[in-house]
Design a protein around this ligand. Sequence first.
Ligand SMILES: CC(=O)N[C@@H]([C@@H](O)[C@H](O)[C@H](O)CO)[C@@H](O)CC(=O)C(=O)O
Length: 320
Amino acid sequence: MASPKKKLQGLVAATITPMTEHGEINFSVIGQYVDYLVEEQGVKNIFVNGTTGEGLSLSVSERRQVAEAWVAKGRNKLDQVVIHVGALSLKDSQELARHAAEIGADGIAVIAPFFLKPWNKDALINFLKEVAAAAPTLPFYYYHIPALTGVKIRAEELLDGIQDKIPTFQGLKFSDTDLLDFGQCVDQNRQQQFAFLFGVDEQLLSALVMGATGAVGSTYNYMGKKTNQMLEAFKRKDFSSALNHQFCIQRFINFVLKLGFGVSQTKAIMTLVSGIPVGPPRPPLQKASREFIDNAKAKLKSLDFLSSTDLKDGNLESCS
Ligand SMILES: CC(=O)N[C@@H]([C@@H](O)[C@H](O)[C@H](O)CO)[C@@H](O)CC(=O)C(=O)O
């Protein structure tokens, strides 16, 4: 059975795939991006080619190159690099899984195929098992994101007996708000050393109470430091501080969600906060609007998430 160097825990940034204005992948900023995550955000684990990374909008060849770049630039800097290898074609998924093992990634994750869908647990397990078998030395994570895949099989049901079918299974990335399902995954698998990674950043504190061992998300790219403060407060059982941090994070996410928030807006915010030009998204997604960027910038400033001191004085909303 695959056993990772150490259990995947803490924050995992769902990396953005940097692109040029012409829609090509901008590999040249990936080294700078790794340094920014580690040095400025205190985030040492990454999840590559997932939702935020527009993995399903890249060709297989691009996905291989992106995975290679993150593994190479992250060497001796990052703790773990997990590659999302889910695809509609089992063959593509297996190729990407094999490739992740060849390049020395630390794990692979797979979403449910979402066009011709598996309609029951056995069909989904069968697909996942075939992908996992292509990389028998790598820890395998199931990426549960029913709102995007449309595959509603409960994670609790899927996890029941999963290691008998997929011996490399090491954990769950749970991107859903059903805390009953999440809690039951934790409760019913207490004897296992699985990683339970929550994927709804604005609700992470609730998931920590429910037993999450870590979190994968888009906002850890630029709010990792703030979220780490929440994790530290939770660890030392300072729940009042932890809640203040979560509320602060919620103030920002709630604000942008109301404006319309997705991968395009994540890319714009990352460029704004980090100064790393991660570029526009690839069609069918469209660039974030100027109006969104201006509003998000003002909100980030008012919450002290930007280094600028412009609006600091007398600002009641500040989270610092
Ligand atoms: C639907 C979606 O994109 N969810 C994000 C969250 O981090 C999300 O952006 C955040 O909670 C704000 O709503 C992650 O779960 C996605 C993710 O981890 C990934 O990019 O693979």
